[in-house]
Design a binder for this molecule. Sequence first.
Ligand SMILES: C[S@@+](CC[C@H](N)C(=O)[O-])C[C@H]1O[C@@H](n2cnc3c(N)ncnc32)[C@H](O)[C@@H]1O
Length: 483
Amino acid sequence: MSRTWTSNVHEAIARLVSMRTGFTYALQHPGKTEAGVLRAMQRRGLSAPAKYLDTLRADAAALDELMDELTIRETYFFREPRHFEFIRQEILPQLRSERGFEVPIRAWSAGCASGEEAYSLAMLLAQEGFGHQSQVLGTDISNQALETARSARFRAWSVRGADPKLTGSYLRQDDATWIVAEPIRRRVRFGFLNLALDAYPSHVTGTYGMDLVMCRNVLIYFDADTVEQVARRLCASLAPGGWLVTASSDPALSAAEGLEAHVTDYGVFYQRAIAQRAAPKPVPPRPLAIEPPTPRAPAPAPTLPSPTAPAREVATPSPLAAAKRALRAGDYARVLEVLPAFGADVDACLLRIDALANHDGSGAAAEAAARALRIHPAAVELHFRHALLLSSIGRLGEAEAALRRVIYLDRSLAIAHFTLAGMQWRQGRQGDARRSYQTAERLARAASPDAPLRLAPDQAAGALADAASRQLAALDGAGSISA
Ligand SMILES: C[S@@+](CC[C@H](N)C(=O)[O-])C[C@H]1O[C@@H](n2cnc3c(N)ncnc32)[C@H](O)[C@@H]1O
């Protein structure tokens, strides 16, 4: 395999892949990358690398195909069985003793490929008695792989080596196909998420407050900086005391902030610092661009007791407060029960939409946001949430239109310009993205660096300005080719 690029277009393709997916391996291994690019070009019937680069910039499906050639999406049920044994014997009993059976266990297979790992987790949780109290999320950057995952139908190859005691009644064989049983399937939800981007933790994608994250055989694709950033974000996605499991071949995460390493004979398991359990943050940390705004804290309603009211009524929490508490506890059904419909209060609408996103998926939540907007057509927060939800289900054109409405209502929102830039970039429109990042940076620099951002009050203006400036540098890096 060659150690240098045969043309600067090939190098630009590798740079594009690395920028968009964090797959820095592409830049470091010209020979293997060029061979993969060639195969992907053949699949598209293209022979000119420059034309192929244009296609990659404009078409997310083309990038997906290329990643299919460059990465190994190898996975199977109960891969590295000793990890699952550790979860069964150490992690679940600990979670059970701390939280009891009532609190749902939230697990995430980050980089799930075709879903076998996520389903294995759901099977294990069901075996251990958490069946009805568990939610498993599977995310990946490959839409193709996610399609297989959602179909819940697998070839025998996916089941190889899996102990039948583990898969038992959860997998039914139909000729050459293995089908995941409906009760397991119902516990697992899949979505697109690029781990290399600052898109989690997030309420919209449900990537927060996780008790257990498995991110195995994914970090190997990233360079040291990206590994560190991903580890920090995964740690922030964990509930205090939650666990992160990586593969034995993955790089060690000793430098990751807030993670305690538990070394065993068959791997290192990481736990979010126990010390943080004592004082859990009320709301999980939020990323800059993708994260929706924190619902504005309502002004505390005056609760002066009426002299005739019975004392216990004074202590009854408002539906909004009860819904907020339920959302933080991951009890989405309760949020929907407490807030059964959209009404006059925008904050309550936002809470209901967040609960729907986690309960019924981003698609249902996007439809709900559109309904809420019919009641509150000028609510900037709702338009912004609508945009993020549409973006998370790949409806980028509509997401962009929703963001433009945000900007039309208030041109001064730096976070809206920043988010718009990301969408434009994803659609291959570097020129537009550059202008939007420049606007975001200008608006954010005009504020005091510590000032909280509107629509993302957990973020400071200075941090957004720096992020915009980094994105601009990255854009220049990805776009500067003479093909
Ligand atoms: C080898 S599979 C691992 C599957 C499973 N975790 C396991 O260990 O069996 C690696 C997966 O990581 C995904 N991946 C690579 N880069 C990613 C990124 N930036 N964000 C999310 N997933 C990514 C690939 O698409 C692929 O499906």
